[in-house]
Design a protein around this ligand. Structure first.
Ligand code: AMP
Ligand code: MN
Ligand code: ZN
Length: 390
């Protein structure tokens, strides 16, 4: 179904907290052979929380760590180049890539490029861990919009180019992209340049892409589509324009930023910082019931001990429901409603409805289950009190 594309890859969905296993089967551009290395639990990061709260006990190392460390930018990647103005969007071909044939065509075009720009659009509301919906790629001459839902199983073929250190990959703010590429496609980046890191090193007034586009390209963009539903097909004209904007100007920005960095002796640092981001390994974020307390602190709401216990039980309940239904916890029970239900401590379906309207669908279908989770969390004293005062 178009609205629930993950049904197509249902067999590979693992919403457990087991370590993520790299999806790589072949390793193009390898300096060392493909090997899965489980990083053992470290001694200083105690198992009982503290600093490593969001970190799993163990994970698989990034299989391209050595190649990323060994990458040294060439003179062409460090020195200012010739002036290459960008063409306007309307004068640039744009190809929708959603089949093996169009993917093959794109790969041939990319193989001829020395530099490419990449960005991703992601969906996280109707899925437990989220998934990439769209991959935008621009060369100096054309834009590609890749249907990452349709081609989910084939995009690993891009590793040939994306792990080739001689092809520059330009991204803006690639922290998440690096992890999403690993998680969904088994794709790694060797030889990447992050224009966001460049903006930081240059201490520009803003590090956002919107700022870089307006400052260097005199292009104003509409970031309203960032949170659009990127699952829908066909994409609307506005979404297509937004998606193309995100990569179309990046190679020009790379030229401008590289020249400025070079003038201040900072170019190598930009490559090194991006390499650190690319060395990240995708890790499963383990569930931690204690995070419910952090949510309450953020709301600054005065809750009784009983209400706090119910809030924690709801927090655990919604995580279990979200995993089973492959929905986000925010879809199952948004934070503000979770707080309201915790404060109401409902015992009956009527009280639940009164505390929580509109009732989110997953909560409605499972009201018996949530009421029993609430009842079990209530301290004995609260229940005894209720019995005495009917
Ligand atoms: P971008 O590269 O800025 O287009 O963002 C890539 C993806 O990150 C988007 O498709 C969203 O899924 C997600 N994203 C970006 N900004 C936000 C935000 N402010 N809140 C939530 N998700 C975001
Ligand atoms: Mn991005
Ligand atoms: Zn984007």
């Amino acid at each position: 179904s178009a609205s629930r594309p993950q049904l197509r890859w249902r067999d590979e969905i693992d919403n457990s907290d087991a370590p993520f296993v790299p999806r790589l089967r072949a390793k193009p551009n390898a300096l060392v052979p493909l090997q899965l290395v489980l990083v053992p639990p470290s001694e200083e990061a105690g198992s009982s929380g503290g600093r490593g709260r969001a970190e799993p006990a163990t994970w698989y190392a990034n299989p391209y760590e050595r190649e990323i460390s060994a990458f040294a930018p060439s003179d062409a990647q460090l020195l200012p180049g010739p002036d290459r103005p960008f063409a306007p969007l309307h004068a640039t071909p744009c190809t929708w890539v959603d089949s093996e044939a169009t993917l093959t065509h794109m790969r041939a075009r990319l193989a001829a490029a020395a530099e490419i720009a990449i960005d991703l659009e992601h969906h996280s509301y109707r899925s437990y861990r989220g998934f990439v919906c769209l991959m935008q790629i621009s060369t100096r001459d054309e834009d590609f919009l890749v249907d990452a839902i349709e081609l989910r199983g084939s995009l690993h073929l891009l590793n040939e180019t994306l792990t080739n250190p001689n092809v520059t990959k330009v991204l803006h703010g690639c922290d998440s992209d690096v992890l999403w590429l690993q998680r969904d496609f088994g794709i790694y980046l060797v030889g990447a340049f992050d224009t966001g890191q460049a903006a930081r090193l240059l201490e520009l007034p803003s590090y956002s892409l919107a700022h870089l586009l307006s400052h260097y390209c005199a292009v104003s963009t509409n970031k309203a589509y960032q949170l659009a539903d990127w699952r829908i097909r066909p994409l609307t004209e506005e979404m297509i324009a937004y998606a193309r904007d995100d990569t179309h100007y990046l190679l020009y920005l790379y030229d401008r930023l590289r020249a400025e960095l070079h003038g201040r002796g900072l170019c190598a640092a930009a490559w090194a910082r991006t390499a650190e981001l690319c060395k990240q390994a995708h890790k499963v974020k383990p569930f931690d019931a204690d995070e419910s307390a952090a949510l309450l602190r953020r709301h600054a709401a005065p809750l009784s001990a009983a209400q706090r216990a119910v809030h924690r039980a709801l927090y655990c309940w919604r995580d279990a429901m979200a995993r089973a239904a492959d929905e986000s916890s925010g879809y199952v029970l948004p934070n503000h409603l979770m707080l309201r239900v915790a404060m109401a401590m409902p015992r009956t379906p009527e009280q639940l409805h009164a505390a929580c309207h509109p009732l989110p669908p997953v909560l409605g279908y499972n009201s018996a289950s949530v009421l029993s989770a609430i009842a079990m969390a209530l301290p004995r004293s609260a229940i005894d009190h209720e019995k005495k005062v009917p």
